[in-house]
Ligand binder design. Structure first.
Ligand code: ATR
Length: 294
């Protein structure tokens, strides 16, 4: 009897810049856990060359791609079919190249966030579907999460943003997919919108810390919060996490979201689910080791 040889399946993460991406380490660890012959590489696409890069990858037999800044909107435009999450966000972070040449686009960012929130809430004796969310920010990162909040059965979504019209617009779009929601300015107190009795999870989806800023929220939100989550991550607590004065409230950065969105993408591609928490511990160590070298 001859042993069957499984061909190596190729996947990539496309972005510009891309050198910093931890996705190769994450997916390589997933594949090793499951004993799958999978190769995962970084792919730098020219800023005006995303579609050509995807065409070349498809021609080379690559099975799928993660997509990061600045190509998530373009990834959605070139797809033949969109998941509900990609449809809502009009942005995709996961592409699956099917044998007949078509491209499926998904957005696993929000699903990864919900998996991480639910994981952390369980340790507090809560589930995400019991909670309401205060989301700070109304840009691409925020809109990538709304469909997942609806699927997860979140009780209510409050969107607060520096530009109030964008907060109200995103809240209206959430309501259109049957997620009760409201939008306002950053200083809006919880008494305006919240669902009495539903624990509050605060999620920072703004890009403020890229500029060294922290959005200033009404302090009552933190009085009600059971968990504060920053979608940004770093080796040390992020500026948003450090700005929370109520030290009793558990705070988390977004590294778990990164690993769990990758777990969802891996499931889309292979139909198999690795142990993402095992990988998260390794990725946290990698991040710390990188920061010590700098
Ligand atoms: P991303 O794809 O990272 O979400 P984006 O679509 O440009 O980027 O959205 C950035 C979000 O962060 C927006 O909600 C932005 O608020 P505005 O809509 O008012 O621009 C928010 N943001 C950026 N810098 C901020 C700051 N210094 N304080 C508060 N919010 C900020």
């Amino acid at each position: 009897m001859t042993a069957s040889i499984c061909p190596v399946e190729r996947y990539v993460v496309i972005g510009n810049p891309i050198a910093h991406s931890m996705s190769p380490a994450i997916h390589t660890d997933f594949a090793a856990q499951l004993g799958l012959p999978l190769q995962y590489e970084r792919m730098l696409a020219p800023l005006d060359g995303f579609a050509q890069t995807v065409a070349a990858l498809k021609a080379a037999g690559v099975k799928g791609a993660n997509v990061t800044v600045p190509f998530k909107l373009e990834a959605c435009l070139l797809a033949d079919a969109l998941s509900p999450a990609a449809q809502f966000a009009q942005a995709a972070n996961t592409l699956k190249f099917l044998p007949e040449g078509t491209v499926l686009a998904d957005n696993t960012d929000g699903g990864g966030l919900c998996r991480d929130l639910d994981r952390q809430l369980r340790t507090l004796g809560l589930r995400l579907n019991q909670c309401q969310i205060l989301m700070v920010g109304a840009g691409g990162a925020a809109s990538g999460c709304v469909a997942a909040f609806q699927s997860a059965g979140v009780q209510h979504l409050t969107v607060l943003n520096r530009t109030v019209t964008k907060a109200r617009g995103l809240a209206q779009r959430a309501e259109a997919i049957d997620l009760p929601a409201a939008g306002g300015g950053l200083d809006t107190p919880p008494s305006h919108f919240d669902v009495p009795g539903a624990p509050v999870v605060v999620v920072n989806a703004s890009s403020s810390s890229l500029k060294g800023d922290v959005p200033v929220l009404h302090p009552d939100w933190f009085e009600r919060a059971v968990l504060v989550y920053d979608m940004m991550y770093a080796a040390q607590p992020t500026p948003f996490m450090r700005s929370i004065r109520n030290v009793e409230t558990p705070c988390s950065d977004g590294l778990g979201m990164l690993v769990l969105q990758a777990q969802l993408a891996f499931e889309v591609w292979t139909g198999q689910s690795p142990n993402a928490l095992e990988t998260l511990i390794k990725v946290r160590q990698l991040l710390l080791a990188k920061s010590k070298k700098q």
